[in-house]
Design a protein around this ligand. Structure first.
Ligand code: ATP
Length: 311
């Protein structure tokens, strides 16, 4: 658990993070969103003391982060940034092994961890471990950057616009990978992004920042249904609200008994995808399948009701 209390950063006369308090529970993904210059990165970097707070405290599992040297703290917290920040003259394997090496892990343990992470990110270890970063595509470099951040099995992972430079297809894949890895290791993740869509897809909680202040800290559903200020409302995009609500749940959550004509959709798709398919194919109901078996249908009337403003 990360407890942030009254956290403030001032540069000369300017306060760039202003008395922010929030608690991130273990295993949660907290996404910090806001416009450029709102203090997102500064807030996140105060967690691993890459930026020293002017005032306030950060406690990790009850322990004040100032009670040990900053470099020691940082070895326990993974950190991944946009553009990956890989060492260009070190191989992929050496890059991933950086922190385990600093922590004094035995060589075979490091090698095993490198291969485990490469496989997890769908990069064949035999093919990729000895390559230099320049011999990988941008998306592959990004995955290696995240793998490196996870190498020492940190309980906490900080990510600053990690997928910002990726094209939409690779980006969506990288987000899925991250969710799968988060589930598997139970890592607590704090992620900074400009992109509300990404925040809604990934966040168990979203922190909205503006001019150094925390405007709202709540679940995606709560933020969409009850934005705390006009600014939050604008950030969600007024016209997108119904679709964003639908994107939070899967078809499986709302299958109804009964038949429907035409091709089926998979139960794991989002309600938003189901709605799009209804509109696109001009159907009022679509059959739903799970593992190749028909399990019922999803109806346009139900989807329309679910997309309406919550009471
Ligand atoms: N070392 C520094 N010295 C002085 N001002 C700084 C320093 N670092 C950041 N700032 C200022 O603090 C403010 C917040 O910066 P920060 O990088 O936290 O914003 P951000 O929300 O992450 O922005 P972006 O989305 O553009 O990365 C900005 O106005 C920035 O110019």
């Amino acid at each position: 658990m990360i407890e942030i209390d009254g956290l403030t950063k001032t540069y000369e006369a300017t306060t760039v993070v202003d008395h922010v308090s929030l608690t991130i529970e273990k295993g949660e993904i907290c996404v910090i969103v806001g416009t450029s210059g709102s203090g997102k990165t500064t807030l996140m970097r105060m967690i691993n003391r890459l930026v020293e707070p002017t005032a306030g405290t950060v406690r990790i599992d009850g322990r004040d982060t100032r009670d040990r040297p900053a470099h020691q703290l940082r070895r326990q917290i993974g950190y991944a940034i946009q553009g990956h920040g890989l060492f260009p003259h070190r191989t992929v394997g050496q890059n991933i092994g950086t922190v385990p090496r600093l922590l004094g892990w035995e060589k075979p343990r490091i090698a095993a961890r490198v291969d485990e992470l490469l496989s997890l990110f769908q990069l064949d270890p035999a093919l990729y471990r000895d390559r230099l970063p320049s011999e990988l595509s941008g998306g592959q470099q990004q995955r290696v950057g995240v793998a490196r951040a996870l190498a020492a099995e940190p309980d906490i992972l900080l990510m600053d616009e990690p997928f910002g430079a990726l094209d939409p297809i690779i980006r969506s894949k990288a987000q899925d990978d991250l969710l799968a890895i988060q589930k598997r290791f139970g890592t607590t993740i704090v992620l900074v992004t400009h992109d509300m869509e990404e925040a809604i897809t990934l966040g168990s909680k979203i922190a909205v920042m503006d001019k150094g202040k925390l405007l709202q800290y709540a679940t995606p559903a709560e933020i969409i249904a009850r934005p705390a200020t006009d600014f939050v409302n604008q950030l969600i995009g007024t016209g997108d609200r119904p679709f964003r609500l639908l994107s939070l749940e899967t078809v499986l959550d709302h299958v109804e008994p009964g038949e429907a004509a035409g091709d089926a959709i998979d139960a794991s798709l989002s309600l938003r995808d189901a709605y799009a398919e209804c509109l696109w194919s001009g159907r009022d109901a679509i059959p739903v399948e799970e593992a190749g078996q028909r399990i019922g249908r999803v109806t346009l009337s139900r989807l329309t009701a679910l997309a309406a403003r919550p009471q």
